[in-house]
Design a protein around this ligand. Sequence first.
Ligand code: C2E
Ligand code: MG
Ligand code: MG
Ligand code: MG
Length: 292
Amino acid sequence: HAEERGNGNFQFYLPEMKAETLKKFELEADLLKAIQNEELYVEYQPKIDVLTQKAIGAEALVRWEHPFKGNVAPATFIPMAEENGKVIQLIDDFVIRTVCQQIQQWKKEQVPFHKISINLSAKSFLKNDLIDRIRQCLKDYSVPPSSIELELTESSLLKSSELIRKQLEKLAEMGISIALDDYGTGFSSIHYLKQYPFHTIKIDRSFIHNIVHSVEDEMIVKFIIELSKGLQKKVIAEGVETSAQYQLLKKYGCNEVQGFLFSRSIAGKEIANMFLKDKAVLKEKEVETRLL
Ligand code: C2E
Ligand code: MG
Ligand code: MG
Ligand code: MG
């Protein structure tokens, strides 16, 4: 209705901007309350060993159940939290503590698994006290450093920093694994693979999505797998949704897969049951076998 108001776009543009800013502030305030009111919780998505098809680890993913808005996606609230150093630190601490507590519980119950991964933003690695906070948490719950892995996205390394590299090196020396997340979405720099102490390379799901129908994507994935293995790193594919994708990744020697084909993120109690099973079940409805 810009014409009715007369003065071009200006009049309705401004209130819209205000609404946006207001919404942002509202969500930011909500986020602080959410941490205090325990609206945040952690779910786990299993990592499947390709050769044995067994769930051997998991990625911890933070969830927010807002009292009125329902589930808010981490892709919405994590970037917002990152704008405020205190908020992202509170979320990091919550996730690290929750995971350590869960690991302690599983060890008591003799639930078998290799590692649980935690996502941390680049902002978190820029804090000098990150290592002390992690070390304290491991100590509080008697968690061995070898039980956790930290995931750092490739795009967060675009502004590569000496502090991030130093912190990663210290963490690796402590025995904590470091994974390069969403590989292929940043500069896909081979240089990073040499410069930072990564144990694991996670191929971004955008390459996996078309792997069966695009020879280009297939060759890119094949190359990343070979490169990772040549550099003695573990390679894992995210976003695996079909058994055709899984078979192709198996053919090229990918070590682990993660995706809806096996499971979405689930509660700690549920994933413990998967860890106890010999083999993970494929969730995909097998069209061919149904037709037979
Ligand atoms: P990410 O670390 O790359 O996590 C994988 C995302 O892909 C998750 O989304 C997961 O639910 C989704 N996913 C897994 N399998 C499939 C699949 O087969 N198909 C499709 N389409 N998606 C799949 P989610 O949980 O919404 O998380 C989004 C991003 O938010 C994460 O990407 C991560 O960067 C960030 N994030 C999540 N939890 C945390 C956290 O505790 N701390 C920080 N700093 N960031 C987090
Ligand atoms: Mg991740
Ligand atoms: Mg990822
Ligand atoms: Mg991703």
